[in-house]
Write a protein that binds this ligand. Structure first.
Ligand SMILES: C[S@@+](CC[C@H](N)C(=O)[O-])C[C@H]1O[C@@H](n2cnc3c(N)ncnc32)[C@H](O)[C@@H]1O
Length: 187
């Protein structure tokens, strides 16, 4: 299998400095429709999109520039290595919405949500962060539950922020498919 892409574009230092606005990461941000909408609606937070396809990263950043959003940025990154540039406990919310389901059993090892990725998520979120997972795949959802059963628990806190639906969420809702959601924090 080919190597995962490291993030090469720097994240603004001010976003990681003490006292910075809370940082939310949208991992697998696609063309940025959620990223742009949430950044526009919640100016008191910073939003980082991570995406493995560079054409999509460019498209996100073009939209961010068009909307003059100083609190959003997309970077190229892939899998667990895409979290490595983020310091420990630097992320308030990590969103992973509709990660590719890889439904064939022989491809399950390609899924984003793995023990390795969750170890990275635990590091960047720290004890106060929130991990928000959403999928339409019942099988992937079971696997997410299994992999998070020991170290994570349901996060019942409500930060009061109303976040817009993602592109895939809108599509599934239009088709009458309710997304399966897990909102977790470390135990
Ligand atoms: C099915 S789309 C979901 C897009 C968006 N999150 C939504 O809910 O509308 C999955 C996205 O994740 C990206 N992706 C898939 N595997 C990835 C990985 N290992 N690392 C980073 N991005 C990934 C894909 O390129 C695609 O843009």
């Amino acid at each position: 299998m080919r190597e995962a892409l490291p993030i090469i574009q720097p994240i603004p230092e001010a976003w990681l400095a003490p006292g910075a606005h809370p940082l939310e990461v949208d991992f697998g941000c696609h063309r940025g429709s959620f990223l742009l909408a949430v950044a526009e609606g919640v100016p008191e937070r910073n939003f980082l999109g991570v995406e493995r396809q560079s054409s999509r990263v460019d498209r996100c950043n073009a939209g961010i520039a068009r909307h003059c959003l100083g609190n959003a940025l997309a970077v190229r990154g892939e899998g667990a290595s895409g979290l490595e540039v983020l310091p420990q406990a630097s992320v308030a919310v990590l969103h992973i919405s509709f990660p590719d389901p890889w439904p064939k059993r022989r491809h399950a090892g390609r899924r984003l949500i793995s023990s390795e990725f969750l170890a990275g998520a635990a590091r960047v979120l720290g004890p106060h962060g929130s991990l928000r997972l959403m999928t339409d795949s019942a099988d992937y959802f079971s696997s997410m539950r299994r992999l998070t059963a020991d170290a994570w628990c349901e996060d019942e806190r409500n930060d009061g922020i109303v976040r817009p639906p993602t592109t895939f969420e809108k599509t599934f809702l239009r088709l009458g498919v309710a997304p399966l959601r897990l909102t977790l924090r470390l135990r």
